[in-house]
Design a protein around this ligand. Structure first.
Ligand code: ATP
Length: 515
């Protein structure tokens, strides 16, 4: 079931700020729209997510290698990729409220309202007919529902045709005919619809030198395509093989709400898998399944993921789907898996005049490989982790806590070392233990406040284990190891600590499950 808690996102945003995960960018100047900074715990969590992805892609696959391309690229790259001409959103302004919207999103929101009416009719009828209710039959035959469905289909067809033919007047007419009002002010006083390119541009070189307009990359994929031959030749790669990359991407999103879900500066983890033409569907299915397994291994709940197959394919794709996650705003795209054919390499061949082909020794000929891409937003996965991890609980002793049940291997800190008291040599013993394990694990040390308060602090930042040093430690060299999720404690010898923690928190454990 989709998340129902309207307040969940607000709670996560507040918690992320209070506990050093995510801050609004340049907050002392009141922030900057859709830009965020990762704090001390956020940076650790982000790095751990990156390691999980990088290791499973690059380290565990003999035929996948990783690169780190520049954000700035030759401007022709974006001409060839189609971004200069086609990476647009249709935008519209309300003349009274001065608010800006995506015209297609306004129409989609209108459609969602009609869909809600259908759902209401369906649930009313389901109640009325009880066990005998046949939902499909009701949707196909009930007058009102049939009318609503027809309305949706007509609107969809008109919107699609307006966008495909670039006839933006039609889109404005549609908005006016449907009587769509500005959600904020209720005004229907709209400007014309304009195309808005999502790429940020800047100038390379000084004006005196004759500066060139260049773009901040809107996706990391093109850095991989332009390096296809470099990597293939220097790595002596044979098809099928993949090139992976983690890096920043920039999009001047028109509406950028929903926290780190939609930002103007974000990070992508992309892998382009080059295959022999004709084998792309088999690899597409492989990656579709494999990526879902990777997500589920994190343990955020299988029911929180689903596939969404694309029916309207982009001009370069012959198959595409999203893996959606149950975010606080409902199921939304987390990762895209796209079969991109030979579109990009061919376009770069054409614009650069360089051959971007693979010589197949078995067939004794050269050809442009096909590409299957997996593309995930690092920040969206970060939000998915927080969404599943955030819990408000009452413990057995009746006390309340807010806990982040982050998968142990991703948690910002793995262990906290907590001397029970600030005296009797307990802090010294604590520091001695910390000095032994700090090389292997990200640790915290805390001796202020009562032990209960310190457990709560560690729960709130998702530290999976707390080591408590008490008087018995001084006698028999044992400590307690407290589990964040169950709040249960085990007594364990200091000499066994490293192996035990390793067993509980290692990334290797997760990677082994993927195989
Ligand atoms: P959406 O439809 O949500 O705008 P998209 O289909 O444009 O996404 P892609 O171009 O397929 O996204 O990009 C691949 C991945 O990059 C997405 O699955 C998403 O996780 C991430 N991503 C895209 N845009 C943003 C953004 N503005 N902020 C954060 N992550 C993003």
């Amino acid at each position: 079931m989709a998340n129902q808690d309207d307040n969940l996102l607000k709670k996560i945003v507040a918690h992320a700020k209070e506990y050093g995960f995510v801050f609004p960018s340049s907050e002392i100047y009141d922030g900057l729209g859709a830009a965020y900074d990762y704090g001390q715990n956020g940076a650790e969590l982000k790095n751990n997510i990156k390691s999980y992805w990088w290791k499973s892609m690059v380290q565990m696959n003999e035929n996948i290698v990783g690169i780190d391309a520049a954000i700035f690229m030759h401007p022709t790259t974006w001409k060839a990729s189609g971004h200069v001409d086609a990476f647009n959103d249709p935008l519209i302004d309300n003349k009274d409220s001065k608010k800006r919207y995506r015209a297609d999103v306004l129409v989609e929101e209108y459609i969602a309202k009609v869909e809600a009416k259908i759902n209401k009719e369906v649930s009313k009828a389901a109640k009325r007919f009880g066990d005998k209710f046949d939902k499909d039959q009701f949707i196909a035959t009930n007058d009102r529902v049939v009318r609503y469905t027809e309305e949706i289909n007509t609107i969809n067809t008109r919107m699609k045709s307006a966008i495909e033919t670039g006839n933006l007047n039609q889109l404005k007419e549609l908005i006016e005919e449907l009587g769509i009002a500005d959600p904020v002010s209720g005004s229907k006083n709209w400007t014309d619809v304009r195309q808005f390119n999502l790429m940020f541009s800047t100038e390379l070189g000084s004006l005196a030198e004759g500066a060139n307009k260049i773009y901040l990359r809107p996706e990391t994929a093109q850095g991989i395509f332009v390096n296809f031959l470099n990597v293939q030749k220097t790595g002596r790669m044979k098809l099928p093989f993949g090139i992976a990359q983690i890096g920043k991407a920039f999009r001047n999103e028109i509406i950028a709400r929903q926290f780190i879900f939609r930002m103007r500066e974000f990070e992508q983890m992309e892998m382009q898998f080059f295959v022999k033409p004709g084998e792309e569907m088999q690899w597409y299915e492989h990656w579709k399944e494999h990526r879902m397994k990777w997500h589920r291994t994190l343990g955020l709940g299988d029911e929180n993921y689903r596939y969404h197959d694309h029916l309207n394919l982009a001009h370069y794709a012959n198959a595409a789907c999203d893996i959606e996650f149950n975010f606080p705003m409902g199921f939304k795209e987390l990762e895209g898996i796209h079969s991109r054919t030979d579109f990009d390499l061919k376009a770069h061949e054409e614009y650069s005049g360089k051959k971007l082909q693979f010589f197949d020794h078995q067939e004794n000929k050269s050809y442009v490989p096909y590409v299957v891409e997996t593309s995930i937003g690092l920040d969206r996965l970060f939000l998915a982790v927080l969404t599943a991890a955030y819990k408000e609980e009452t413990l057995e002793d009746g006390s309340e806590r807010t806990v982040l049940k982050i998968p142990a291997a991703l948690a910002p800190s793995k262990v906290a070392v907590l001397p029970l008291l600030q005296k009797d040599g307990l802090p010294e013993k604590g520091r001695e233990i910390l000095d032994k394990i700090k090389y292997d694990f990200a640790c915290q040390y805390d001796e202020k406040d009562t032990i209960g308060k310190r457990y709560r602090r560690q729960d709130a930042v998702g530290t999976p284990y707390c080591i408590t040093i008490d008087h018995q430690t001084l006698e028999d060299n044992t400590v307690t190891l407290r589990d964040r999720d169950t709040a249960k404690q085990e007594r364990i010898n200091v000499l066994d600590l490293k192996n035990r923690i390793e067993e509980l928190v290692s990334l290797t454990g997760l990677l082994r499950q993927i195989g």
